[in-house]
Design a protein around this ligand. Structure first.
Ligand code: ZN
Length: 267
């Protein structure tokens, strides 16, 4: 959308359009990755997805928000975080703008795990307040084939490990410090059967779980893995986006619901 004029935006067919708002972060990613890692991921995966989507489709991307809620990394240099309230307000304001411009569908495409909870809360509030259809896709929620990243690594490698390092090696190789690739895996598996970072979560900041600032094994990373991940993510995201383009929330309810009333069954 940034290349369009005001008049061109006015003339877009709004009814069947999809607006995508990418959301990243600027935060420490260990001794080897740039602080812009999550914003790079969200922008690059989205660009990859557009390689699989016809230019004729009525899909428009807003500029990425390069900051997120990164208070779990607050003590480390290079972290610039919105508070929960700030991120919430920014997302609400931009969503109201999407509605004011006449659009009906908004996809929040997110590259940072620390944003997820805020996005879920805001998405429902926006839906109730504006009537927009709001969708959320997280880069971290896209399928990661085990053939590319081993299962043990995905178990704990949620920040600056094999996965993210491979992706940045693919898109910005000159920004990766290959002489400083760390490995750090917290002792959770020895301490608890169910406390992890996805299922059975607990409130943490990076100082509780990592000295180096990463979780995972960056030494496993390669550019080739990153290329393969972008390809897989691009294909999957493209198919999610096309799915969303067709989706209408008013059709979710079946038309054959039977309600029991005092007067009898009403179809
Ligand atoms: Zn990250």
């Amino acid at each position: 959308m940034p290349r369009l004029t005001s008049a061109q935006v006015k003339d877009l067919p709004k009814e069947d359009a999809l607006i995508i708002l990418p959301i990243g972060a600027t935060e420490q990613h260990g001794p080897h990755l740039p602080v812009y890692t999550d914003t790079i991921l969200v922008e690059t995966v989205l660009n990859e997805a557009f390689q699989h989507i016809s230019k004729e489709e009525n899909i428009w991307t807003l500029p990425a928000i390069p900051f997120g809620k990164s208070d779990e990394h607050m003590d480390r240099p290079g972290t610039f975080s919105f508070s929960f309230d700030t991120l919430k307000s920014i997302l609400l304001d931009l969503s109201r703008g999407v509605q004011a411009n006449g659009f009906r569908k908004l996809l929040l495409f997110n590259g940072h795990g620390g944003n997820i909870d805020t996005l879920k809360l805001v998405a429902r509030q926006v839906k109730i307040e504006t009537g927009l259809m709001v969708f959320i896709i997280n880069v971290g929620g896209l399928t990661i084939p085990e053939s590319i990243i081993p299962e043990e690594e995905m178990f704990m490698g949620i920040h600056g490990g094999d996965y993210e390092t491979s992706l940045i090696m693919s898109s910005y190789p000159e920004w990766v410090h290959e002489d400083k690739l760390p490995t750090e895996v917290p002792k959770l598996a020895e301490m608890s059967k169910y406390l992890r970072f996805q299922k059975g979560n607990f409130a943490w900041t990076i100082n509780d779980v990592s000295e180096s600032g990463i979780l995972g094994n960056a030494k496993l990373a390669t550019k080739e893995k990153g290329d393969a991940l972008y390809w897989e993510h691009g294909k999957e995201l493209a198919s999610c986006i096309l799915d969303i383009l067709e989706f209408e929330i008013c059709k979710v309810l079946g038309d054959s619901i039977i309600q029991e009333t005092e007067a009898g069954k009403v179809k």
